[in-house]
Design a protein around this ligand. Structure first.
Ligand code: ATP
Length: 408
């Protein structure tokens, strides 16, 4: 079987590419005439979720659990098993390993390699290292066309990922005297009979660089949501944020003031038309749009940030028109511009190509080295080059995940 790998980067219009592939628009490179295919991607998941919401039909149901309450890894597993059950002629795999923990990445790889005897695989990959070993035909998507290339054509990472200069200072640092930012004491969480977290002890102090890791469904997002204020399960637990017991004195607003937060889902909030420069200035002002004229010093700081991440040249471009990788960089900077005591980055590199991911990793390392902000970086991947000093690893057990701490 002649499987194909298509290299995409964060500039590729993937929706269009998938639509054209399904419509057999590239018969000279990849002829799919008369074949029936399935799509393994975030987009397909979104459609199933909408279907579930509108009609209550649970095609991917996992013991009756609604798709939207599953963790991102659980959703992908459910979709994969559904697709394999349909026995399609071909499967389009859009960055299949994103959001999956290492052990399931291995399972998925093995399943796909077994499937490769009977099903044509078309893998869209923005990371060269992700490409399945049975793929020997490669193409690159450019300007809505598909061009055959060799594997080596995909190597520009180091050249473009270096940062220019130092992390710009805050305009007014957020004053915070106390050393301890987060304290979890004996935190135990369940949903009905389902045990999620078991007796978690975790302390984060000023300036520390943490990575939070754990297999799919072990409770990483649950922990983050208890810090950022969105999870009612936090109340009644011994959780202290910035010196106060959660749910006591400080309001959610007070807590959010001290936290810079970015998760890829947030980019959807910025649907309006904002230039890149205004996006960052509004981050200094805690608003989504820009309603106040920025001062000269605010503009200067934002200029330095944009130079640092190579985007000064795109300052007037609409945020929505940036590539996915550039959007993630801008959002990460936006979360950091005020130098909050705590910066939380939730799977910031998922879906990013190698070059953008490397640039983001360089940026996070630099923030850790040059500022007093503590970082909590959540990611399944061992991001090459990321230098966290401490790791909280969630390990599943019958009574819910326990937390192991590793210090380097
Ligand atoms: N409302 C809910 N009802 C039932 N179970 C839930 C609910 N919300 C979360 N869960 C379960 O809690 C567990 C932990 O989910 P969480 O999203 O925190 O995991 P995660 O470690 O972030 O996973 P992933 O890496 O896959 O994103 C999952 O098994 C999930 O199905």
């Amino acid at each position: 079987m002649k499987h194909w790998g298509i290299f995409t980067d964060n500039k590729t219009n993937k929706k269009e590419l998938v639509r054209k592939l399904e419509g057999n628009a590239y018969p000279n490179v990849l002829n799919l005439s008369g074949k029936n295919g399935r799509l393994f991607s975030q987009l397909a998941l979104k459609m199933f979720m909408e279907e579930e919401e509108k009609h209550g039909t649970k095609y991917l149901s996992n013991e009756g659990q609604a798709l939207k309450t599953m963790s991102s890894g659980e959703q992908k597993k459910a979709l994969l098993f559904y697709i394999l059950d349909q026995q399609p002629d071909y499967i389009i795999l859009d960055n299949p390993f994103d959001n999956l923990d290492i052990s399931f990445q291995k399972v998925l790889k093995q399943l796909l390699l077994t499937q490769a005897d009977k099903t044509l695989l078309i893998q869209l990959a923005s990371r060269k290292s992700d490409m399945l070993p049975i793929i020997h035909n490669f193409a690159e998507a450019r300007d809505s066309e598909l061009y055959p290339v060799n594997k080596e054509a995909f190597n520009t990472v180091e050249k473009f990922s270096q940062l220019q200069g130092k992390i710009p200072p805050p305009i007014e640092p957020i004053e915070f005297e106390q050393d301890q930012l987060i304290l979890f004491k004996n935190v135990t969480i369940s949903y009905g009979e389902k045990h999620i977290l078991n007796d978690i002890h975790w302390e984060v102090t000023q300036g520390e660089f943490w990575q939070l890791i754990g297999n799919n469904g072990t409770g990483k997002t649950t922990i983050l949501s208890m810090i950022t204020g969105d999870n009612p399960k936090a109340y009644g637990q011994e959780i202290y944020l910035f010196g106060n017991k959660k749910g006591s004195r400080e309001s959610v607003w007070d807590i959010k003031q001290k936290i810079g937060y970015f998760s890829p889902a947030m980019t959807d909030k910025f649907r309006g038309r904002h230039s890149v420069e205004n996006m960052l200035i509004s981050g200094l002002l805690d608003s989504i749009g820009l309603y106040v004229k920025p001062t000269e010093s605010q503009k200067r700081i934002i200029k330095d940030w944009l130079i640092l991440i190579h985007l000064w040249i795109k300052r007037d471009v609409q945020f929505n028109e940036l590539s996915l990788g550039d959007q993630r960089l801008v959002m990460t900077v936006r979360a950091m511009v005020k130098h909050p005591p705590l910066l939380i980055l939730d799977e910031p590199t998922s879906g990013m190509d190698d070059t953008s991911a490397k640039m983001l990793v360089n940026l996070v390392n630099k923030i850790a080295e040059e500022t007093h902000t503590a970082i909590v970086f959540v990611s399944h991947r061992k991001e090459p080059g990321l230098n966290p000093r401490k790791i909280l690893e969630l390990k599943p057990s019958k009574k819910g995940s326990i937390g192991n701490i590793h210090v380097s």
